[in-house]
Design a protein around this ligand. Structure first.
Ligand code: OAD
Length: 234
């Protein structure tokens, strides 16, 4: 089956669910407990930065106790063994792809383990809590350190690189994402218009399932390793 030269894989929260991280739109997901306007918009941060810090501090801390699951590991193995190119574009802000060993990876929605200063734009890796009285290590102003997360109303990262990869891909795979959030939800149509074969791997049919040429439904830790083995001809 591995006749594909260039594979682009879009991943979402469903991939990390079996590692113990909550998804967003499932019934006990993050957006059932928190109002995204309060914790995931620049306006929410301006209104109540402490609340936003509490939300991301909790999520950043939770990374210490989670590990990549069989699906993350299978994708890292695909990148290592596949003769062509494999790019993972993740909407996830956790670090489980890199912990599994994936290297060609774009965090289009940012990373919990990175921060930047809204005053001087200095960005850096950050494993500790953030607070409103923290001074920026670069410009020394307080109150401007924020999580390097793409909030609603902000532009996802590296859209040019992602567009180039989608233009060249001959296989596009979407894993563990509900297809609710653009621009990621539109990648399948873009890849398909450029001639790629398209496959959805998700627990259940996503919003955009009809855009895919093929779909496999089930938990990621079961269906992703099986799919990767098939792709590699194992
Ligand atoms: P969602 O919570 O919207 O969707 C998760 C998808 O994963 C759903 O379709 C579930 O059915 C599926 N799923 C759940 N458990 C699974 C499992 N064990 N195996 C396979 N699939 C499973 O999460 P995303 O689509 O990632 O953005 O959400 C996209 C963006 O919306 C996030 O990056 C986040 C959120 O607002 C920001 O915060 C900027």
């Amino acid at each position: 089956m591995s006749t594909y030269e260039r594979i682009v894989i879009l991943t979402g929260a469903g991939l990390s669910a079996e590692s113990g991280l909550a998804t967003f739109r499932d019934k006990d997901g993050v957006w059932a407990k928190y109002d995204y306007r309060e914790v995931a918009t620049p306006e929410g941060f301006a209104r109540n930065p402490s609340l936003v810090h509490d939300f991301y501090n909790m999520r950043r801390r939770s990374l210490a106790s989670v590990k990549p699951n069989a699906a993350h590991i299978a994708l890292a193995c695909l990148e290592q063994k596949h003769k062509g190119q494999v790019l993972i574009v993740t909407q996830n802000v956790d670090n489980l792809h890199e912990a599994a060993g994936s290297q060609n990876l774009i965090h289009m929605h940012g990373e919990l383990l990175k921060v930047f200063c809204i005053h001087c734009r200095m960005g850096c890796s950050w494993a500790d809590d953030l607070s409103t009285d923290l001074a920026c290590p670069s410009c020394d102003k307080t109150g401007g350190m924020r999580p390097d997360i793409v909030w609603f109303g902000e532009m996802p990262y590296r859209m040019g690189d992602i567009g180039d990869a989608l233009a060249e891909a001959d296989l596009f795979i979407s894993i563990g994402t509900s297809g609710n959030v653009y621009p990621a939800a539109g990648f399948v149509a873009e890849a398909r218009a450029n001639g790629a074969h398209t496959i959805e791997l998700n627990l259940e049919p996503s919003e955009g399932v009809s855009y895919f040429a093929e779909a496999i439904h089930g938990p990621a830790t079961r269906i992703v390793p099986a799919f990767v083995d098939k792709l590699l001809g194992i």
